[in-house]
Design a binder for this molecule. Structure first.
Ligand SMILES: Nc1ncnc2c1ncn2[C@@H]1O[C@H](COP(=O)(O)OP(=O)(O)OP(=O)(O)O)[C@@H](O)[C@H]1O
Length: 269
């Protein structure tokens, strides 16, 4: 396992493809313990693809991904499962199971990874996490009875139920009003400070990114444009970074090679 000095995430030369299309182009990326790293970038820039590689859901076409000291390319199944117990993931949309109430949704990873735990212990652990995300008392509601912000918080409670060292959060603010979104930002900072988690957040929301980030990585068409502090990113002289910060669309500029490739490419099987 990693010591206190080693980055929690180390990625070197990561390449990713869907079919023959290269999505990530030799990405180098590292995240230090205890920081909130925000991954930003336009739609289709490769943020979710990078996240999937960091969680081990996708295998790199080239390069290495080391998480909490474990090389995901080389790890065997047992090592990977041990690692997954230390990683929390909250996907876009919440992905709660509609037939289970909030408490059973939150308890799910515990039941899956620690089947030997008795029901009472599982219940207490789930409720503790519901308290942390301000859903204390709502444990018996069904997902269909929750607001958008409550769904995100329940998904977050589920992601942290096993006290992960590392938390991945995909689009926490998507579809939320600004007040609820700001509450969620505060919650992310609370997890970093009170539970000392390292947190990687993918977001489109600039305001939220600047509020929660210790460091920011900006992706653009599968390349990292910049990784640095909030000030580094704000003051970046790179035109593409400023386009993103000022919401100037770049995708209207047609890349002739890419356009031709799309027209002529056979479907991957
Ligand atoms: N399963 C898949 N099969 C084929 N292509 C995919 C798949 N998933 C994503 N892509 C393509 O890969 C590119 C990068 O997608 P990705 O979802 O990583 O981007 P993103 O930055 O997360 O975008 P968004 O902000 O819109 O969610 C996009 O062009 C997308 O269409």
């Amino acid at each position: 396992m990693a010591d206190a000095e080693t980055p929690v995430i180390e990625v070197k030369g990561l390449e990713a493809y869907y079919g023959r299309r290269r999505i990530l182009k030799s990405v180098d990326f590292s995240v230090n313990r205890g920081e909130v790293r925000v991954i930003m970038g336009g739609s289709g820039s490769g943020k979710s693809t990078l996240l999937r590689h960091l969680i081990g859901l996708n295998r790199p076409a080239a390069g290495h991904v080391r998480v909490l000291g474990i090389d995901l390319v080389e790890a065997g199944t047992a090592e990977y499962l041990a690692l997954r117990r230390q990683i929390g993931v909250s996907f876009q949309g919440g992905a709660l199971i509609t037939s289970l109430d909030v408490e059973d949704n939150v308890a799910l990873p515990l039941r899956e990874h620690y089947p030997e735990l008795d029901d009472n212990t599982v219940r207490i652990m789930a409720r503790l996490k519901l308290e942390i995300v301000n859903l204390g008392g709502f444990q018996h509601l069904m997902p269909s009875q929750l607001s958008g912000g409550m769904i995100k918080r329940a998904a977050l409670a589920r992601a942290i139920v096993m006290d992960p060292k590392l938390l991945f959060f995909d689009e926490p603010s998507a579809g939320l009003d600004p007040v609820v979104s700001a509450e969620l930002d505060e919650l992310i900072l609370k997890l970093r400070d009170a539970l000392r988690m390292t947190i990687v957040v993918v977001t489109h929301e600039l305001e939220s990114a600047f509020r929660i980030a210790d460091t920011i990585t900006v992706l653009d068409h599968g390349d990292i444009l910049i990784s640095g502090t909030v000030d580094d990113v704000r003051n970046s002289p790179l035109e593409r970074v400023q386009d993103l910060l000022n919401r100037r669309p770049r995708d209207l500029v047609i890349d002739a090679d890419e356009y031709l490739r799309r027209l002529t490419e056979e479907d991957a099987t």
